[in-house]
Design a protein around this ligand. Structure first.
Ligand code: DHE
Length: 521
């Protein structure tokens, strides 16, 4: 800063003296990046010890926010601040540079994925965990403030382990059906396998450049990774994170698409994938004995011709479900017969997976966040409820005819919603609005808000998860100096508060492996 001020002052003196001023050179962002950033973030900006610096991966961390991180660094990470080394214009040039897409996206296929694999340890042969706590009532807490995860004993609420994770984990971690192993995914495409019984990080692989989420197969043998960059759906073996298959995401006409998410459909023994840019939903068999499906004709860009794809059967057989328009953010009914997906302009579409077509259009304004929906039985009818990202309400829908039963007004637009089979209450936040510090508790019988709690005034409260028995509700205070607040789920009294660094989500092993109706899947 001082350096630039001095040079501007000198330039002004030259003008006063009637001499010409050489034009002030713009900072050379490419050189600045090579000198100061490349050693950690990779010369190609695809990441290294630090995360990838691409607009697709940075999300909201762009412009002034990126400049602030470059200037001041990031607490509890190895990112130093550069305000003493670089002036304001140089920092602004770097922030603009990392917000510019790469001219050409590099290949990220099976060779690159395989080459990225890191084996940290081998899983020890154990017939039970190395700790006394109930392994099925553990919570995995993702702390995105300083990129760590905590393993919490769900009976005593004492941490058993805390370890660093990859930068910016997103989506729920996924568990093997026995609850022993958990898999995390970062927005940079890293998939990490952790052994909950020995509390050890085992292995990691980079399955994409910009990834969305992961799903695990019913038998726990395969992980699917949904990618925005490149446009692929990657199948990995859960045993050693090796690549089993890569699907290039193209519709029947050959149009390429980002894959916005992938989910496990346990009763169907399949993965269901949402394609962001084309009007298809994919179902991929995870049953080695799946019957044949006929994907039909596909335009092949590589060969410049239309070709008939072979029918496929067995493991990873691909079924294309054609829909009127691309759908995102899915909610599945408990038997996984229907899904509801968000379309544009306040519309949601119900797709019947058995017949493979759309069966109903719903008007759901206010941007419903269907992926956070939960279901229960109300007056003998199966219902689902979803928060809205742009309106302070919860929509409760009848899952037989998909009519709106009630729109419950809440203190503000929210992101997450949770309950448990053993609890009559559902909890939801208002984190997208001014009342971001409140959590509303809804009685699932009366469909009324019966209590609003404020865990920490003026601090964002979000994301609830119940313990295995539905006795306690764990709420996050979503700040870097945040906490996990444990409530008695019946009396709503606070039981305990554990300091944590922006605990973005917490996941109970039992609820996850049993696909509880009250939690995300
Ligand atoms: Fe998420 C889950 C998509 C932004 C925190 N988010 C999911 C899932 C999807 C999704 C498809 C389900 C995946 C799964 O668990 O397997 N999220 C999106 C978006 O499209 C969106 C709106 C934009 C984006 O940038 O991707 C988005 N999500 C966010 C955030 O800004 C949040 C609040 C902060 C963050 O860490 O990125 C956020 N998303 C989460 C969390 C879950 C999640 C904590 C897991 C919830 C759960 O309980 O399972």
């Amino acid at each position: 800063m001082k350096r630039r001020f001095r040079s501007k002052f000198a330039a002004a003196l030259l003008v006063v003296a009637g001499l010409t001023v050489p034009a002030q050179a713009e900072p050379d962002a490419v050189k600045l990046f090579a000198d100061h950033c490349a050693s950690c973030h990779g010369a190609d900006r695809l990441g290294g010890q630090g995360p990838a610096l691409l607009p697709e991966n940075l999300g909201r961390l762009m412009g002034p926010r990126a400049a602030a991180v470059i200037a001041d660094g990031r607490t509890a990470t190895q990112m130093p601040g550069f305000s003493a080394t670089l002036d304001k214009d140089e920092i602004a040039a770097l922030a603009a540079f990392i917000a510019t897409p790469l001219p050409k996206m590099p290949a990220w296929g099976s060779l690159e994925i395989a080459a990225s694999r890191v084996i940290h340890a081998t899983a020890p042969a154990l017939d039970r965990p190395r700790f006394a706590a109930d392994p099925l009532n553990l919570f995995v807490v993702v702390e995105t403030g300083d990129h760590h995860a905590t393993i919490l004993d769900g009976d005593r609420f004492e941490p058993l382990a805390r370890f660093p994770t990859r930068f910016a984990l997103h989506g729920g971690p996924k568990f093997t059906p026995d609850g022993r192993y958990v898999f995390f995914m970062s927005r940079d495409g890293w998939v990490s396998k952790y052994d909950l019984w020995s509390l050890t990080m085992l292995s990691e692989v980079r399955a994409g450049i910009n990834s969305r989420n992961i799903a695990i197969s019913r038998d726990g043998k395969h992980i699917a990774v949904a990618n925005y960059l490149p446009h692929t759906l990657v199948m990995l073996s859960t045993a050693d994170l090796s690549v089993e298959k890569i699907f290039e995401a193209r519709d029947k006409k050959g149009n390429s698409s980002r894959v916005s998410a992938v989910y496990q459909a346990p009763p169907r023994d399949s993965f269901i994938a949402a394609l962001k840019d084309v009007p298809e939903i994919w179902e991929i068999a995870t049953d080695p004995n799946a019957p044949p499906v006929y994907p039909g004709l596909v335009h092949s860009h590589e060969k410049g011709m239309v070709e008939a794809l072979q029918s496929s059967q067995g493991l990873f057989a691909l079924r294309r479900i054609e829909i009127p328009e691309p759908l995102d953010d899915f909610f599945f009914d408990p038997p996984y017969r229907n899904l509801v997906g968000s379309a544009r302009e306040g519309k949601a579409i119900v797709v019947n997976l058995t017949v493979g077509r759309d069966i109903k259009q719903l008007s759901l304004p206010g941007l419903p966040h269907l992926g956070s929906g939960i279901s229960w039985t109300w007056n003998g009818r199966p219902v689902m409820a979803t928060p809205h990202l742009k309106e302070g309400k919860i929509s409760v829908l009848d899952m037989q005819d998909w009519s709106l039963i009630k729109a419950i007004d809440t203190p503000g637009p929210g992101f997450f919603m949770r309950s448990h089979e053993n609890s009559p209450y559902a909890w939801t936040d208002a984190m997208m609005g001014p009342k971001k510090d409140t959590m509303s508790i809804i009685d699932k019988r009366s469909l009324e808000i019966v209590r609003t709690v404020t865990p920490a005034p003026n601090k964002t409260a979000a994301h609830v998860e119940f313990d295995k028995y539905g006795r306690y509700a764990l709420v996050s205070i979503w700040e870097n100096d945040g906490a996990l607040v444990i409530y008695d789920a019946a009396s709503f009294a606070e039981i305990k508060r554990i300091p944590m660094s922006r605990p973005s989500g917490k996941y109970n092993v039992w609820n996850k492996i049993n696909f509880s109706d009250g939690t995300s899947h």
